[in-house]
Write a protein that binds this ligand. Sequence first.
Ligand SMILES: [Zn+2]
Length: 513
Amino acid sequence: MEYRKKTTRRLLLFAAATMVSGHFILCAGQDISFSVSMENPNSHTFQVTMLCTGLEDSSVSLVMPTWTPGYYQILDFAENVSNLKAFDGKGEPVGLVQKEQYRWNTDRYVASLTVEYDVLAERNFVATPYLDPERGYIVPGGLFFYPEGEIGSPVSVRIEPPGSWKDIATGLERVKGQENTFIAGNYDVLYDSPLLIGELEELPSFTVRGVPHYFTGYKLGDFDRPALIRDLQKIVQVATDLFDHIPYDHYTFIGIGPGRGGIEHANSTTVSFNGNNLSTPDQYTGVLFFLAHEYFHTYNVKRIRPIELGPFDYIGGSRTHMLWVSEGLSVYYEYLIMKRAGLCQEVELLGAFQRNIKANETRPGRLVQTLAEASYETWRDGPFGGMGDGANKTISYYDKGPLVGLFLDLEIRHATDNSRSLDDVMRRLYTEYYREKGRGFTEDEFRMVCEETAGTNLDDIFEYVYTTRELDFNRYLGYAGYELDRSSFTVRELPLASEPQLKIRSGWLNGSQ
Ligand SMILES: [Zn+2]
């Protein structure tokens, strides 16, 4: 259905027919729309108006998420809300009672509710809203309330940018015929679709399997634009070939400006990007690794996901023991995709693993915290584990995760005479759990898919997930004719690698069996 937004307030817009016990019941839905203005960007403050109509006779509970998917930390977005006011359909004030830090309830029944508020956005970071005189970055979870129980409702957003800001980059669908207006089918889509507003640069788009891919950003800097687009296309090509399927209609890389970090979304990624820092081959390759990582997440975590990561708990956070799969294996595949795309050589691929090996093996916390625990405790410890003394008690799943991924891949190849690999695990998770079952997988299911692919039990591998047993590098590297020099944390070729070892190595490096 095409969404058409009227300019007048309406009591009812959406209706959903639901089959219950053989009877069709017509349920009145709500119409929820936001407008966002930036009257004084110097103040780092967004002005937001929320309009809800078609409310049933009950008090409305307005909730601001405490975190945003992809960044597994409590950020308490409600702290930045001020000047909160509400009105009914006649313009009469409605009282809002703050029940918790993130929740306000209306003090009386209303059928139509307008809420006005400001959001302070002065932290320039990929997981938080930001506004300055040059651009606005909307992380929707930090700007938009949801009425409790209405996560499934469609939501529209109209942006009113300052005069000279003519561009908006987002994965959201535009509402035809309405300037700067976007629609999300539900709040999960909205909260997964940041918007960047300003005077942006759009690089030439490219297609893979007929699907358009865009790169748009703020202050992209000075670099070889055609080279970046050409190499990005190779990355997308290799990743999509792995699954033989593209799950979105369009995809946008959104460069939010210089800084650190990126967050994956279903049909976009928001990445800190500074083209002025791409002048050396190492810098350039490093950025491609980073972009390959964020892009691979469109499969691994946005679709191939632990069962706990959806539907999201926007208040309490969504905890899982499997972030090592979502993050660690995305690091692993960022490396492999770069090699398979011809964007790095074997020595650089091994070098990437060496950095993870050194980081993990020199961290005392490896003898204290398991990979599963690190996944679960990221909400407490931070994405890279604890810092300072915390490093003695914690690990980073960004370091140990890709190493266990490497062991798992090489074990599957070894156990199947190189006829299967971790690629088969990822493909089956994508096909069976995302496409067919429409859900995430449990820890037991992940292990079952790995073991069925390998055709053998993988107790030894999963000990590395659930215990602090020291990693046996030479057992698994040996399957591909490599060994680890522990004194320098260097991975080198075995001088007399056998034919089966060379076959596994070749398949692993080139992405084939
Ligand atoms: Zn990641």
